[in-house]
Design a protein around this ligand. Structure first.
Ligand SMILES: [Zn+2]
Ligand SMILES: [Zn+2]
Length: 391
């Protein structure tokens, strides 16, 4: 695909990627990143329209085809970095102590900007391309915020796509799967309130310790860790405490924090109800008050058959190896909120067998997969829209 190579300024895109790496911002605080991206899109990459402030700091660039009819295809990437202290000697190492782009979202932004750069010089025949730079992916909040934003109604995509770089796979390998691609995740906080008493007279109070131990044992028995089976389910205990380090006092309150992972959305609801039913039983028997809170919710990505077919076609045109997953990836990714609502798919692009894992302190997005990833998006876009200049 000579036209893609000819149009792109990879050196510039790499510089942008490294600039983003050096200036990471946490979920929900991506103000500077959003301003920088908006400026690039309108000043350097000739977007027809740039929408700012989508679901807080989200940015969307729109590119129109020559004729107004045709579908709207949305490509999404993420703006946020992680609360991780980067360990590296990179020239463009994070300038923000304790914050790093350890998930490669800097790379994903550069990939979408690469598609923007290509679209600037290669107007599609019809339809619209929307490039969405989404905030707060890592907390699972951003996708829903964008979808709920009234400004998003004007975008109304027909098909949605996202990619994630995946260390542990060969560089440039395209990782696909129909149906569940990433897991449905919910985080559950159980707050137990009893009654303090003198440590010498624990029977005079209501100490939540035994209830917490019983709930932990109960959830262990519910786990089915094989992701290839429909009834896959993992309750992971994340954090727990009761009382204070006050040795004269028998604890009167405690908390138990879990993440729950399943394949399907309805399984998340079912399993949460099983946990809650048993927890209510345990706390009622012991006279404890129970409060339940939820956080960090990731909807499962469900990949549509046709969208995955197009991904395979694009990979084959570009002569890229395709890796077919037999089980969904083990993490949650909030693009699931999009694929629950719209037809589309997420796919992986291999980031190298020996590249450190995502969220590791020494991870860095490999710039040498930028071109392949951009070509994949160009190929997907043109598979819907047509383009006369493509060779
Ligand atoms: Zn991440
Ligand atoms: Zn990520």
């Amino acid at each position: 695909m000579q036209a893609v190579d000819g149009t792109l300024n990879l050196d510039y895109l790499t510089k942008i990627r490294q600039h983003l790496h050096k200036h990471p911002e946490l979920s929900g605080q991506e103000k500077e990143t959003a301003t920088y991206i908006s400026q690039l899109l309108s000043e350097d990459f000739g977007a027809d329209q740039v929408i700012q402030g989508l679901g807080n700091h989200g940015v969307a660039a729109i590119y129109h085809g020559k004729y107004p009819n045709g579908p709207t295809i949305l490509f999404r990437c993420e703006l946020d970095a992680l609360p991780i202290m980067e360990e590296s000697s990179l020239r463009y190492k994070s300038k923000m102590p304790g914050i790093a782009h350890s998930c490669g979202h800097d790379g994903h932004m550069a990939i979408l900007l690469g598609l923007a750069q290509w679209l600037q010089y290669n107007q599609l025949n019809w339809g619209r391309i929307v490039l969405l730079f989404q905030p707060a992916e890592e907390t699972g909040a951003g996708a829903m915020q964008v979808l709920k934003d009234p400004k998003f109604a004007a975008i109304s995509p027909d098909v949605v796509y996202a990619l994630h770089n995946l260390p542990g796979y060969k560089k440039g390998e395209i990782i696909v799967k129909e149906g569940p691609f990433t897991l449905a995740v919910n985080s559950i906080i159980l707050k137990l309130k009893g009654k303090t008493s003198h440590a010498g007279e624990p029977h005079m109070g209501i100490n939540p310790a035994v209830a917490i131990a019983e709930i932990i044992q109960f959830t262990q028995a519910l786990n089915q860790p094989d992701r290839r089976q429909d009834d896959f389910c993992i309750f992971t205990p994340i954090h727990a405490f009761f009382g204070e380090k006050a040795y004269g006092v028998s604890a009167g309150h405690g908390e138990l924090h879990y993440t729950l992972r399943t394949l399907a959305e309805e399984e998340i609801r079912k399993r949460t109800n099983v946990l809650l039913a048993r927890t209510h039983q345990i706390t009622e028997t012991k006279g404890l008050e129970l409060e339940v809170l939820y956080t960090d919710r990731f909807f499962g990505n469900t990949n549509a058959e046709e969208a995955v077919w197009r991904i395979r076609q694009s990979a084959s045109t570009l002569q890229l190896p395709v890796y077919e997953l037999d089980a969904p990836l083990a993490f949650g990714e909030d693009f699931g909120a999009f694929t629950q609502k719209y037809t589309g798919a997420m796919f992986g692009i291999g980031a190298g067998r020996n590249t450190p894992a995502l969220h590791n302190a020494n991870y860095d997005f490999p710039d040498d997969i930028l071109l392949i990833a951009i070509k994949m998006l160009v190929s997907l876009a043109t598979s819907y829209m047509g383009n006369d200049t493509l060779t």
